[in-house]
Design a binder for this molecule. Sequence first.
Ligand code: DLL
Length: 432
Amino acid sequence: MGYFQPEIECASREEIKRIQSEKLVKQVKHVWENVPYYRKKMEEKGVTPEDIKSVDDLHKLPFLSKDDLRDAYPYGLLGKPLKECVEMHSTSGTTGKRVVALYTKHDLDLWHECCARALVAAGATPDDVVQVAYGYGLFTGGAGLDGGSHKVGCMTVPASSGNTDRQIMFINDLNATILCCTPSYAAYLGERFKELGYGPDDIPLKAGIFGAEAWSEEMRRDIEKNLGLKAYDIYGLTELSGPGVSFECSEQSGMHINEDHFIAEIVDPKTLEPLPEGEQGELVFTAVDKEAFPMVRYRTKDICKLIRGKCSCGRTFIKMAKPMGRSDDMLIIRGVNVFPSQIETVLLNNGYAANYQIVVDRVNNTDTLDVQVEMTPEMFTDNVGEVEERQKKISDGLQSMLGIKAKVSLLAPKSIARSEGKAVRVIDKRKI
Ligand code: DLL
């Protein structure tokens, strides 16, 4: 079976709604009968499966949040007996109890199929060599793209993350054409290739599937230039299986949501009321096909908007914009909402690479914002006047993007540790 499935991916709106409604009704019944934790939530809200007749009734159902998953840890949300589960993964979260997600064989198949669609949308065929440099293990990045690559029939290199010079050796020796890793690791690989004397035309890669963290359009341009490839975004989260909930196509203008498996809503993060299509808010997903871990109205905390419109690739699945970040990563500095991705945009627009750190503190009851960014080797200088001028230029850019003053510190190249997985950009000393 091919993993571009036009009969579904290019179906009419009515057909997609029909598929979603049919699956939703079934899923709600499954959850009611098999997941006492969620049934209780439905009872508390006074909803029964009979109230859910189509996607138009979705808003009647209660939400699930990360707190519920922690509450029900590890097996309290299982929709299938443990003996039918064959795998588990866990989130990379550093706060609170870890969240675990379980999969039946059917769930794994569905997940890998979603990743296969993403690979195919980025041009993958069985002729490709796919190097998977996402971490393997509990993290879903490695296992998900690995499964998808097998489905497409690509030669899969399960490199996992790290060991950068070995990654480069395999990309060159095996003629890897598709690279899968976090955008921050892709940026680092680009930097290392350059140091070793490779230009973009010397690198065999033609496409990259980069996700698992927020990254800006400016960062995409940098990665594409340095690695000589087309960089595609991919989104997902452990609770919903992992990567492949949505993916970019050749148009590179937002990620098509696999709507036959996931129903997306955008809600106001404060009131939790659904917002009209096109408005920015918190992304909520209902997984209508998952058996073992059937998430209904799961609050992702990702801030994003949905984009409807005709896509040149022919797919009709709705797109989600690049998430700005997570609502819990949003910094409130002197009362102003700041997303790290906005700071990244200013830095990259001023010619810097994505090697930066944001340090937030509170001094004399006032929040301070210190943006530390490395100079590139080309711009490196110890001429104080020149450094000050550069710092002022960034500071002005941040002021007009964020509306607040920030201190900017320019650092020597290579002073900030590189990331092999998700980059840690923010150090919030107010919380320490
Ligand atoms: O990061 C799954 C994944 C692996 C996605 C590989 C893409 C590629 P978690 O560790 O559970 O799962 O983290 C999920 O990461 O709620 C978002 O906040 C963030 N995230 C994932 N993809 C993107 C993206 C994986 N493309 C959390 N852009 C999500 C922005 C992303 N943020």
